[in-house]
Design a protein. Structure first.
Length: 201
């Protein structure tokens, strides 16, 4: 007997739903939205800003703008790209303020204030790093491989593979062309795969 299936429903955009509810005056929805924003903004700001203080400032900026402007967002589906642009712009502003300071990069596996280590397990539709990192030794190699990526590629891996943004959304967030996103992502995937499949150091 042939199984009849209906059309596959589109994926639920939790952020868009929360933005709609929060803009309608639901305080619980606003609290849930801010909690999600804090987590995502912190992880992205660490990847993009490099400097711990700048990452903290960027996260705070994202929280403040989310709280202030949620009610005026016309397209809730555009919230995630807007959030990542807000974090990126805050990082760039803080870098400009630090122009005379020596450049410092924060290790991606450096413990945070709460003692947790940053976890970067970007999936790849083929043989993805997360599947390869089946044990703690390989996860350590993945973190090392992520640290070896240029910051621009690291940001693209985070947005595209970990946050699930489309190529167009990533291009919009980072202010580059879609072709540029595809090229950098392809290079990043190859570098990660080579690092994970090569001999352990």
């Amino acid at each position: 007997m042939k199984k009849v299936t209906g059309p596959v429903p589109p994926p639920v955009d939790v952020y868009a739903d929360l933005v709609r509810e929060a803009s309608g005056g639901d305080p619980a929805a606003m609290e849930r939205l801010l909690t999600r924003v804090q987590e995502v903004a912190w992880r992205f700001s660490v990847a993009v800003c490099g400097h711990a203080d700048d990452a903290e400032d960027a996260m705070q900026e994202a929280l403040l703008k989310t709280y202030r402007y949620t009610s005026s967002i016309r397209e809730p589906e555009a919230f995630r790209p807007w959030l990542h642009r807000t974090v990126r712009n805050a990082c760039l502003m803080n870098r400009r303020k630090r122009v005379h300071e020596p450049r410092r990069l924060e290790s991606l596996d450096q413990p945070h204030a709460d003692g947790d280590r940053a976890a970067y397990d970007p999936p790849d539709p083929g043989r993805n790093p997360e599947q390869l990192a089946a044990n703690s030794r390989l996860k350590g190699r993945l973190q090392q491989a992520m640290r070896g990526l240029p910051p621009s590629q690291r940001a693209i891996v985070f947005l595209r593979e970990m946050q699930g943004l489309s190529t167009r959304e990533v291009a919009h967030v980072l202010g580059i062309s879609e072709d540029n996103v595809k090229t950098r992502l392809s290079r990043a995937r190859k570098a990660l795969q080579t690092a994970l499949e090569g001999p352990a150091r």
